[in-house]
Design a protein around this ligand. Structure first.
Ligand code: AHR
Length: 583
């Protein structure tokens, strides 16, 4: 494997190349990264055919004598309550007669009380906001929040919330999940979906306006594509905040008047266009502007730097896509000339018939096909808009619940994107998260439940690429009888102290391969001290991680004693290796 590391043939990779796509799918947000422990906190959760209900709350105690006015109630189970941790309770209560309410964190059978507080409610027809801190005196992985009264009578509740007090930066995000994201150094965050943005029907699509302002006032909505209710605590503002907290450029995917089953005609799209312009003013406007002032009131007077928007998701070819697209495109270009706009139409093999800065490219396929797709952008025209590979993954037949095999094919595909990063500007794996209690889409990069999390091999694979954004890419050639099952790339990059040459090689085949890596054209010599080899492999290519064995397939780093301009390396069968050579 020859690397020409001379500066003449080097090319800078875009600073934005590798980032993340966050979709509200698999309870990635509600019941996931958003740390709220209560579901349906306003008792308004609905579904396709039930516009409002209070599921998953339910009656505890003597249900023969307890009458719940809204049909059903329940306490949210499957929560992790940790010993010594503080939980902030907020709820709104109204009762015509005075009563003492006891709010507890209990085991799912109600027998073990981890924390309890008694709240007197005065007899009044006004709503009262109750705020309490509950400090857990024990740990329970399947805990519930329960509310009981010392008297019979009518008590009204609304907006019952329980948040752990130790969320990331106090912004409401689960710290341990955020740290897994930070480890990948994402350069952008595409949000909030996917199909979640579209909805099966427009009435159930994500609406940014309904997801901002005080959380108590957000109506929430039923995501009908992935079939669950979200209180929209993780709303448009919180997504922008999340981008900032991750140091990632926000990419706002907005609904373009098209869902899976219905469309707004171009003749009627004007209010939707205005709505999107308002969303941009909310993000970017000064604190004195109409919508910027709403953002400022929420605690962020400085604008959020939205520089990219996607006009819909996977809607190219639908009846009103192009017409609607052009209305959005022209209006945004006029008001925000610097915003880059992403079309849903694939321009990788033929030019687009409409203006765009980037086009979306999605691929979910089997491992062999994705491995072979590493050259997808080799022949793409260099003059048109750039590609945004905003969703890629191996799925179905050989994906398992996230296998080594899938991750190797994905890694090969990414080396192809690095090489074509003069035309590919961004790429992100999908989906990012799955709550193990409700998996809609398989596989995913990060699996979690109420108290544990692990990365699938696809997660760890992405870590090999975290230095690529903004690095220099160098030409390589491979001459080997195994070259058909190899994929590789070489970059130089630097951290705050040192420079490195990083050679990544995927061995997709079932034979061990010996290679000589020869590097020419370096300005500095390779230093064995500080040089490492990191390998992702396992005894079986179908191996996966799990809660019981989260580290079965994870990268292993060792010192590279023989690091030099010419060095012999051995690639294990079905492996991904990164040779990090200190300069
Ligand atoms: O990533 C899951 C789904 O796949 C996304 O919502 C959609 O864009 C694609 O079809």
């Amino acid at each position: 494997l020859k690397v020409d590391a001379s500066s003449q043939l080097a090319r800078k990779i875009p600073d934005t190349l590798f980032g993340m796509f966050f979709e509200e799918i698999n309870h990635a947000g509600a019941g996931g990264i958003w740390a709220e422990l209560v579901s349906n906190r306003g008792f308004e959760a609905g579904g396709l055919h039930t516009p409002s209900n209070i599921d998953p709350w339910s009656i505890i105690g003597d249900d023969a004598s307890i009458f719940v006015a809204t049909d059903r109630t329940s306490c949210f189970s499957r929560n992790n309550i940790e010993d010594g941790k503080t939980y902030n309770l907020v709820m709104y209560v109204k009762s015509a007669e005075a009563a003492d309410l006891t709010v507890s964190l209990a085991s799912s059978d109600g027998l073990q009380k981890l924390a309890s507080v008694t709240v007197p409610v005065a007899g009044t027809s006004n709503w009262t906001k109750v705020e309490q801190k509950l400090i857990a005196k024990g740990t329970n992985r399947t805990s519930r929040l329960q509310i009981t009264s010392n008297k019979k009578g009518v008590v009204w509740f609304d907006q019952v919330s329980l948040m752990p007090s130790d969320t990331f930066k106090g912004h409401g995000f689960r710290t341990e999940l955020i740290s897994m994201l930070l480890d990948l150094k994402p350069r952008f965050l595409r949000f909030p979906g996917g199909c979640f943005v579209e909805g099966e029907w427009l009435r159930n699509a994500f609406r940014w306006r309904e997801s901002i302002g005080p959380w108590e006032e957000r109506p929430g909505h039923f995501g009908d594509v992935w079939h669950y209710w979200t209180d929209d605590g993780l709303g448009y503002y919180e997504f922008l905040q999340l981008s900032e907290d991750l140091g990632a450029a926000p990419i706002w995917v907005f609904n373009n008047g098209i869902s899976h089953n219905d469309e707004v005609s171009t003749a009627a799209i004007a209010p939707f266009v205005k709505d999107v312009l308002d969303s941009l003013e909310f993000a970017r406007g000064s604190a004195n502007s109409t919508w910027g002032s709403v953002r400022a009131a929420m605690g962020h007077p400085e604008p959020f730097p939205v520089k990219y928007v996607a006009i819909g998701n996977e809607d190219c070819g639908k009846k009103y896509y192009l017409g609607n697209y052009l209305k959005f495109y022209n209006a945004i270009r006029e008001s925000y000339p610097d915003i880059q706009m992403i079309s849903n139409c694939d321009g990788s093999s033929k030019p687009l018939d409409h203006p765009a800065d980037l086009y979306d490219f999605h691929v979910y396929t089997d491992s062999k096909t994705l491995f072979n797709m590493k050259g997808t952008f080799d022949k793409t025209s260099r003059t048109g808009p750039k590609a945004f590979v905003s969703e890629y993954a191996v799925w179905r037949t050989d994906a398992g619940r996230g296998s080594l095999l899938g991750s190797l094919a994905e890694a090969a595909f990414l080396t192809g994107l690095e090489k074509n990063s003069d035309i590919v500007q961004m790429a992100s794996y999908a989906p990012l998260f799955v709550n193990d209690n409700d998996q809609t889409w398989n596989p995913d990069a990060i699996v979690f439940n109420s108290w544990q999390q692990y990365g699938t091999p696809s997660y760890w694979m992405q870590k090999f690429f975290r230095e690529s954004s903004g690095a220099m890419i160098h030409p390589i050639t491979i001459s080997s009888s195994y070259s058909g099952s190899l994929a590789a790339s070489a970059i130089t990059w630097q951290d705050s102290r040192n420079s490195f040459l990083k050679v990544k090689i995927v061995n997709f085949g079932s034979d061990t391969v010996s290679l000589t890596i020869s590097v020419s054209g370096l300005q500095a010599s390779i230093n064995a001290l500080g040089s490492n080899a990191t390998v992702l492999t396992s005894s079986n290519v179908k191996d996966e991680n799990s809660f019981s064995n989260p580290n079965k397939v994870v990268p292993v780093t060792s010192q590279l004693q023989n690091a030099a301009e010419q060095m012999q390396v051995t690639l294990a069968a079905h492996s991904f290796s990164s040779f990090d050579l200190a300069l």
